[in-house]
Design a protein. Structure first.
Length: 281
């Protein structure tokens, strides 16, 4: 892996893998000292390749709501893990469409928040949220559920996007519930996977959204982006992710996938450390 110094104007220079593209939104409304929180990975159509074909049209419809906080890239990359995680539950009658639509919609609420609120949400050095970060996290879920009801429609009413076959009322309610709880793993995790689905505290679809969403922090692109946004050394961030991992995921397969990805990030960080030492000799 090659590491190169990349410059983000008005923010700084960063030594990152050469495939990590960085940009800064224009017209920012926050103090310049906080601009690093809003550094992003720009959208490219190549990310559509990660999305299962049957959900590409809906993703494109929702895309205008995803163009903040690198959510567009986040959702596209995490959709690439959809079928992999579902396959880990062969005994479950998982509603794949509900999980996919929930993942596409879960972060649309960020489109309604200010630059400062988005910056506040990223002011943490690991996965555990501070009180300052928690407030915009809660608001984006509320706004996201409201927008999802507009897009999908409530009850038997049609929304802005028409599905074939139509979504049932139960499907919609489960999607809205998933959006509402996707950033609350501590509330979603209170169940035993050996208990029949109908008796669990939360449906498996909600569980899968939580883990598909949270896997993003362990993916190559976001790991390196977050070292910049959060202002944290890569080696320290690996340690913090490892420490918080078990409480951040709610299914065993989700945790195992995160551990595998974290091991890959650890190797990358070791390569960076070796590069820095070699350059200093």
């Amino acid at each position: 892996m090659e590491f190169i110094i990349k410059t983000v104007p008005e923010v700084g220079e960063f030594l990152v893998p050469d495939d990590v593209v960085l940009s800064l939104p224009s017209g920012l409304t926050i103090d310049k000292k906080d601009w690093h929180f809003l550094v992003s990975i720009p959208w490219e159509d190549k990310y559509l390749e990660n999305i299962p074909e049957d959900f590409v049209d809906f993703f494109k419809f929702v895309l205008p709501y995803l163009n903040v906080r690198t959510i567009n890239v986040h959702v596209a990359i995490c959709l690439g893990y959809l079928d992999q995680l579902i396959a880990e539950f062969p005994e479950e009658n998982i509603n794949r469409r509900v999980v996919a639509l929930s993942l596409i919609l879960h972060d649309i609420g960020w489109s309604k928040l200010s630059d400062q609120e988005i910056a506040n949400s990223l002011g943490v050095f690991g996965l555990k949220l501070t009180d300052v970060a928690m407030a915009p996290k809660k608001r984006h879920a509320i706004e996201g559920e409201r927008l999802a009801k507009k897009i999908l429609g409530e009850g038997d009413d049609d929304g802005e996007f028409l599905f074939e076959p139509k979504l049932s009322v139960q499907d919609k309610d489960l999607i809205f519930k998933s959006i509402r709880f996707h950033d609350k793993p501590e509330e979603v995790s209170g169940f035993d996977e050996s208990i029949p689905n109908s008796e669990r505290k939360m449906p498996i679809e909600v569980k899968l959204l939580v883990d598909l969403d949270h896997i993003w922090s362990f993916v190559h692109l976001d790991f390196w982006l977050d070292t910049i946004r959060k202002g944290i050394a890569p080696a320290t961030y690996v340690q913090n992710l490892s420490k918080d991992l078990d409480l951040y995921f709610v299914t065993k397969p989700g945790k195992e996938l995160a551990k595998k990805l974290l091991m890959e990030r650890r190797v990358e960080v070791e390569e960076l450390v070796w590069r820095i030492k070699s350059d200093g000799e």
